[in-house]
Design a protein around this ligand. Structure first.
Ligand SMILES: [Zn+2]
Length: 222
């Protein structure tokens, strides 16, 4: 008598465990599907939040820092415009990631080239932000796969006076560059005054300095 009811209990427990396993499998599958939609074997992930002009958070929780570009940070000129431009491209859209040599930066963010569908085409987000003048080309070796493309698009944005470069084409005054660090400054920047005279070089505009291979100081933002 006891033996038989024990057997029945085992049988019932077995059914319950099996049902739980099936249910959790279904839930897992469903959430996977809502995160990733796949077309032509490529994996897509939805962007849940745009943090700034070069960083987003994906629906699966990963933070992605775009490789090879640098958009203005909070409090810097053009921060908001760059963030809005990035939002227009990727917010709540499914994006595809491509990687370079390093998969993560020192903050644990995923380093990626990001692509988003637009009609039947795919837009290369990193490149588009540079092309429109919302971000600067910013190469950090060893992740250099598209460095030449970004520099070329930046030159185009500068020449057309787009976004960040809007008022720079007609910039006047003497910008001061450091031959040793290859950085240039506004004349009022405290770092500019510290440059030893043999290392000093003057430019009439930021564009002129950048064409000569110098990059803008991140402090005075010339
Ligand atoms: Zn400076």
């Amino acid at each position: 008598m006891i033996g038989r009811s024990l057997k029945r209990l085992h049988w019932q427990l077995g059914i319950i465990a099996f049902a739980i396993a099936i249910a959790s499998l279904l839930i897992l599958q469903k959430s996977e599907r809502s995160i990733r939609s796949s077309s032509a074997g490529k994996s897509y992930v939805k962007v849940a939040k745009v943090i700034d002009g070069d960083t987003v958070r994906l629906r699966d929780g990963r933070i992605v820092r775009y490789i090879g570009i640098d958009a203005p940070e909070v409090g810097k000129p053009f921060y908001k415009e760059a963030k809005v431009a990035n939002s227009k491209l990727v917010f709540r859209k499914n994006v595809r990631l491509e990687f370079d040599v390093q998969k993560f930066d020192r903050h644990g963010r995923v380093l990626a080239y990001v692509y988003v569908g637009r009609g039947k085409e795919e837009v290369f987000v990193n490149a588009e932000l540079v092309r429109l003048g919302y971000a600067k080309a910013y190469t950090v070796p060893p992740n250099v796969k598209y460095a030449n493309l970004f520099v070329k698009l930046q030159r185009e944005a500068m020449e057309k006076g787009r976004g960040l470069w809007r008022n720079k084409a007609s910039g006047r005054g003497r910008y001061i560059a450091n031959k040793r660090t290859l950085i240039f400054h506004r004349p009022t920047c405290p770092y500019a005054r510290k440059i030893a005279s043999p290392n000093r070089l003057f430019f009439n505009s930021p564009i002129e300095a950048m064409k000569a291979g110098y990059r803008p100081c991140r402090e005075c933002n010339p």
